[in-house]
Design a protein around this ligand. Structure first.
Ligand SMILES: [Ca+2]
Length: 252
């Protein structure tokens, strides 16, 4: 019912990434460590007992597909130059663990600028990062999986570089993380312009402490991440909420 703010339907992203949405059906343009993402590029629309991932296009990176939850590892994109609007957005889903499962925007030396974990849900949601202060720089996208237990996987699709407009809300942070004591459901606040984008200050000498905060991993799980835009939910039109299939009820 809510219409997406951003036109996520726009086919392949125009970025300098050669395979930003895994539409080549493989991991070309990406490099891995470990085994978590081996065999994880899939065209599956659902995860077996539920549906749907709602990936962009045909293929996506389902962290579970290769070897389940147990394997660990990383997958990292080739470098790209941040151009256009300075926004970088990704589709993320999978397990929720801010420290062990996340997709990150990093510098070439691996410094994390922004990151987002899953929400214990396989359905993708779009996360948009305002990276305007890094326009012109070379960056990468990395997915990290250090988790081995239940929900120990992270999924990624459709990296969009410099295409999305700055969201109406602050996008400094990342989506809700597992460390939030307030629970997992961000309160929908339709229409409330909750935060302002400090566009005027984006080119000024903003204190680097902000970047440092993100890079340095918040000391004691302070709420460094603002809630995700509630309007870009992972529930697309026509998609039933994922539910567990129970054993079929017995009828007389
Ligand atoms: Ca895709």
């Amino acid at each position: 019912m809510t219409t997406p703010l951003m036109s996520g339907q726009a086919g392949a992203s125009e970025s300098t990434l050669s395979n930003p949405g895994f539409e080549r059906g493989d991991l070309s343009g990406w490099s891995t460590t470990g085994t978590a993402f081996h065999g994880s590029v899939t065209n599956q629309p659902g995860w077996g007992w539920g549906c749907c991932f709602n990936q962009q296009g045909t293929y996506h990176l389902w962290g579970f597909a290769g070897g389940g939850d147990a394997p660990t590892g990383t997958v990292t994109s080739e470098p790209f130059t941040l151009t256009g609007t300075g926004m970088v957005s990704v589709l993320v889903s999978g397990g929720r663990n801010d420290d062990q499962l996340y997709v990150a925007l990093t510098t070439l030396d691996g410094t994390v600028l922004h990151k987002a974990t899953g929400t214990d849900d396989e359905a993708y949601r779009r996360v948009t990062w305002d990276a305007r202060e890094h326009l012109g720089e070379q960056l990468r996208i990395t997915a990290v999986d250090r988790a081995t237990g239940g929900w120990g996987h992270i999924n990624l699709d459709d990296v969009r570089v410099g295409l999305d407009k700055a969201p109406a809300r602050a996008s400094m942070g990342s989506p809700p993380t597992g460390t939030s004591p307030r629970g997992r459901a961000p309160r929908p606040r339709s229409g409330s312009a909750r935060a302002r984008i400090p566009s005027a200050t984006s080119s000024t000498t903003r204190s680097t402490s902000r970047t440092a905060t993100h890079c340095g991993v918040p000391s004691d799980r302070r709420t460094a991440f603002s809630p995700a835009p509630s309007s870009s939910t992972a529930t697309p039109p026509g998609s039933p909420a994922p539910h567990r299939k129970r054993s079929s009820p017995r009828t007389a």
